[in-house]
Design a binder for this molecule. Structure first.
Ligand code: 2P0
Length: 320
């Protein structure tokens, strides 16, 4: 039986938010992420005599989500000159309540399972390139700990590599789920629209400096600087959304209230920083000693909040 491939989701501390090639998913900027232990996808692919089928959490998927998966697998089949129908069995261990996108773990696991199914041997760099072609952020989920996706200039040099797969840094990421509404605008559409902002180019010009500053802070195990750069970078991403022509935002009223609470907690000496992706929910960077206090503060202020405490997860792995 073919192997099940496990990939964890990752959260970008320096964001990918713009493509220079939509088909190949070549980014306009380099990004850096933390792979998370709590959220992952398990996927197995088998060749099938009875047609293509995609099972997610044991339910056969119709329509859009299956179409994207099969379009991706067709791309890989063409690349490796292989063919045949495929049955895909995926289990998502990303609680829908977490408000986290699962495309990073989903497409990294799919890339790994595809290679396993056809007996294609690839190294991690090649696997990262294949994962990137499914979803940009998936390129980083090949690795555990901290990963960097270098933007590169073409498909063969745009891949992620490990900065530190087993960090000893005390770093927790609290997923603060404020709102379970589906995304208002897909990441793909959001990052395209953001490029109409007058601040988009100046932001991209800062990318290399921001990335290098983050790498230095991680190497120095400097939690405060990591948090400050991550918060600034996320705010820059949401600033280019607000200033796009026409402007838009993923923020909801609760997002602003949560940002204010982070500011208040910091003023009280409870050190924490936020990052926000293409949705209304906050992810808080903090250290172990403050996890309980921050959780309590958010649970007190936000009645229906759901909070998950995550830390570093591992890279892609092969089960059974
Ligand atoms: C990131 N995000 O770096 C950024 C920050 C969301 C905000 O990558 O179009 O699902 O499939 O390449 O990877 C989400 O976008 O986009 C994302 P596609 P993806 O994590």
């Amino acid at each position: 039986m073919n192997q099940t491939v496990r990939a964890h989701t990752n959260i970008a501390l320096i964001k990918y938010w713009g493509k220079k090639d939509d088909q190949l998913r070549l980014p306009l900027m380099s990004s850096l992420s933390m792979t998370l232990d709590k959220f992952y996808t398990d996927t197995r692919i088998e060749q099938s005599a009875t047609g293509n089928a995609f099972y997610l959490n044991n339910i056969k998927q119709p329509g859009k989500s299956a179409d994207r998966v099969f379009a991706y697998l067709k791309l890989l089949q063409e690349k490796f000159a292989v063919s045949g129908n495929l049955a895909i069995y995926s289990t998502n261990h990303v609680p829908t309540a977490a408000g986290l996108a699962s495309s990073s773990s989903a497409f990294a696991a799919l890339a790994g399972a595809f290679c396993d199914c056809y007996g294609i041997t690839v190294n991690k760099k090649e696997l990262s390139i294949l994962a990137r072609m499914g979803s940009g952020s998936a390129s980083r989920s090949v690795y555990g700990g901290f990963a960097i996706w270098q933007k590169g200039s073409n498909s063969s040099d745009s891949y992620a590599y490990a900065l530190d797969e087993t960090p000893t840094l005390d770093l927790h990421l609290l997923v603060i789920e404020l709102d379970q509404m589906p995304k208002k605008l897909s990441s793909t559409a959001g990052m395209k629209a953001a490029q109409t902002s007058p601040f988009f180019t100046p932001w991209i010009e800062r990318n290399e400096d921001e990335l290098n500053a983050m790498i230095a802070a991680i190497k120095q195990q400097d939690f405060s600087t990591i948090g400050k750069i991550a918060e600034l970078n996320a705010s820059e991403m949401h600033a280019v959304n607000l200033t796009a022509q026409p402007g838009f935002t993923y923020f909801e009223p609760a997002t602003i209230a949560a940002i204010n609470l982070v500011h208040t907690l910091r003023a009280q000496g409870i050190e924490c920083y936020y990052t926000i992706d293409a949705g209304p929910n906050l992810k808080i960077l903090c250290q172990l000693r403050n996890v309980k206090e921050i959780t309590k503060e958010f649970e007190t202020k936000f009645k229906n909040v759901n909070i998950i405490d995550a830390t570093f997860g591992s890279g892609i792995s092969y089960l059974n």
